[in-house]
Ligand binder design. Structure first.
Ligand code: ADP
Length: 497
């Protein structure tokens, strides 16, 4: 038996998962690390923590699996996206902390780009909506704010990159400065059609071309693991951003195939194949993967508050003891009795885009109880996901036959059945819900010839399929009422405080 190990370098923890040749999990280990908040709205990670937690998780997972290191055929890396680092080309020493995707410190730099009229170019070339979330202005900030860094960058002494680049540089013998096409597509610097770094955007963000990594395939050998990590030089054979990895791990390769991850928020990606679909609804266009030089694209949209609404019921309202209890409580009611909860805690995303909206519960009567609120929270996750999927369908002209799901809240059978009902579409939950790790393992196994594309297609297996059973008239009525509730949640905050 041969094995592939996926490294899943996430926002709060670094994980390592050992898969066997059948795509089954043999062992998984994770290590949490510190979140650093130097100022309000700023988020950093210590690069040493990222590296050390990842190496420890890898060693622990291989030990727990009890496999012979010689049987590990390849390693695949998937990572938190957009988080940005800069380091010395010779010594590997970082020049400052990793600026995490959530960090808002570069909002003024984004405003400057907008004032300079760069929005259309950014949207057109990168497929993204200009935001501090992406890596470009994070690199600009480091170059501008850390003393001496710009001069060193201009002398060609520094490397900039996302977490994939950083891990490859520090964990492999070759110390190549590379990034895969999916991670590159989140920098706001890559032209996603030509797949070249865009000179005009580099100029606008004052980033010297020389500090950027070479863009490579998502499925190719980029180096060999340093022998002091596991005692053997194993090929590192895949780099891929976490959401794109989950899309691949869900087997969503044909145009229209869509996955939704139900975590704190929801991340939905629809594969659009080789066509680069532009959104009229402020969804982003992203590279799904690059394999053998061929680029596939996806539309990506998110729901800001999903599982977080369930956490709110538990932690702030005390209505449930734990997230799983929400299933039983919601299912105790025959219907929602007209109660709607719009969890617009931070405003509304696609398709409404209203940052002044706030959370709202409507339709309360004297008979409304705990179960109604809990049910309304779960239903809101399904309504919001349907709205994002509707946008994708409108933008792309594609409609999936089934929605593939993963993430913590996908364990909730009530929610998944309601999602199927409200979409009028099958919802399929895979046997392996660690789809993020599986995707990276599949891309790595493929690169070294362990799996053919035909074999990869067999690795995705459904655990449970939820079939819609709600009459169309009822579905339409629910969406109509939800729409009315959303209208009432909009524009609540009169001016931003
Ligand atoms: P993240 O990666 O964003 O931390 P996870 O995929 O670990 O998220 O999922 C955790 C989220 O899912 C939490 O917000 C939690 O409230 C929610 N959750 C977990 N289990 C359930 C459940 N059985 N029903 C509803 N929500 C759940």
């Amino acid at each position: 038996m041969r094995y592939v190990v996926a490294l899943d370098q996430g926002t709060t923890s670094s994980r390592a998962i050992v898969f066997d040749e059948a795509g089954c999990i043999v062992a998984a280990q994770g290590r949490e690390f510190r979140q650093i908040y130097p100022h309000p709205g700023w988020v950093e990670h210590d690069p040493k923590d990222i590296l050390q937690s990842q190496v420890e998780a890898l060693r622990a997972a291989v030990a727990a699996a009890g496999v012979d290191v010689r049987d590990i055929a390849a390693i695949g890396i998937t990572n938190q996206r957009e988080t940005t680092l800069m380091w010395d080309k010779q010594t590997g020493e970082t020049v400052c902390g990793a600026i995490v995707w959530q960090c808002r410190r570069t909002a003024p730099l984004v405003e400057r780009l907008l004032r300079e009229g760069m929005e259309a170019a950014i949207r057109e070339r990168t497929g993204l909506v200009p935001d501090a979330y992406f890596s470009g202005t994070k690199m600009q900030w480091i170059l501008q704010e850390i003393p001496g860094v710009r001069a060193r960058a201009e002398r060609g002494e520094l490397c900039a990159g996302t977490v994939d680049s950083f891990l490859v540089y520090h964990m492999t013998n070759e110390r190549a400065h590379v990034t895969d096409a999916t991670n590159a597509s989140r920098t706001m610097l890559l032209n996603i059609r030509s797949m070249e770094w865009d000179e005009e955007l580099l100029r606008a963000m004052e980033i010297p071309r020389a500090i950027l990594p070479q863009v490579v395939d998502s499925s190719q050998v980029v180096g060999t693991l340093k022998a002091d990590i596991l005692g053997r030089a194993i090929p590192v054979a895949a780099l891929v951003g976490d959401q794109q990895s989950a899309l691949f791990g869900q087997g969503c390769v044909r145009p229209g195939m869509t996955k939704n991850t139900y975590g704190t928020g929801c991340f939905m990606l629809m594969s659009t194949g080789t066509s680069l679909v532009r959104s009229a609804n402020n969804l982003v266009t992203t590279v799904a993967r690059r394999v053998d030089g061929h680029v596939s694209y996806a539309l990506e949209g998110s729901v800001f508050v999903a599982g977080a609404a369930v956490q709110w019921l538990r932690d702030e309202m005390g209505l449930i003891q734990n997230a799983a209890e929400s299933e039983k409580v919601a299912a105790s009611l025959p219907n929602n009795a007209g109660v709607y909860f719009v969890p617009a805690f931070t405003g509304l995303g696609a398709p409404h885009w209203d940052m002044y909206g706030r959370g709202t519960i409507l339709g309360l009567t004297r008979g409304t109880g705990r179960a109604h609120i809990v049910r309304a929270a779960l239903e809101s996750i399904a309504y919001q996901s349907r709205e994002v999927l509707d946008c994708m369908a409108r933008d792309s002209g594609l409609k999936p036959s089934s929605l593939r799901v993963d993430g913590g809240a996908s364990a909730n059978n009530f929610l998944m059945q309601f999602q199927a009902d409200i979409l009028g579409m099958e919802v399929a939950r895979p046997a392996v819900t660690e789809t993020t790790a599986l995707g990276a393992a599949m891309l790595a196994g493929r690169a070294i010839g362990l799996w053919s594309d035909a074999q990869l297609a067999t690795l995705w297996q459904a655990d449970k399929r939820f079939t819609p059973s709600m009459p169309e008239a009822r579905r339409a009525q629910y969406m109509h009422e939800w729409g009315r509730a959303v209208e009432r949640a909009k524009a609540w905050v009169e001016e931003e405080t």
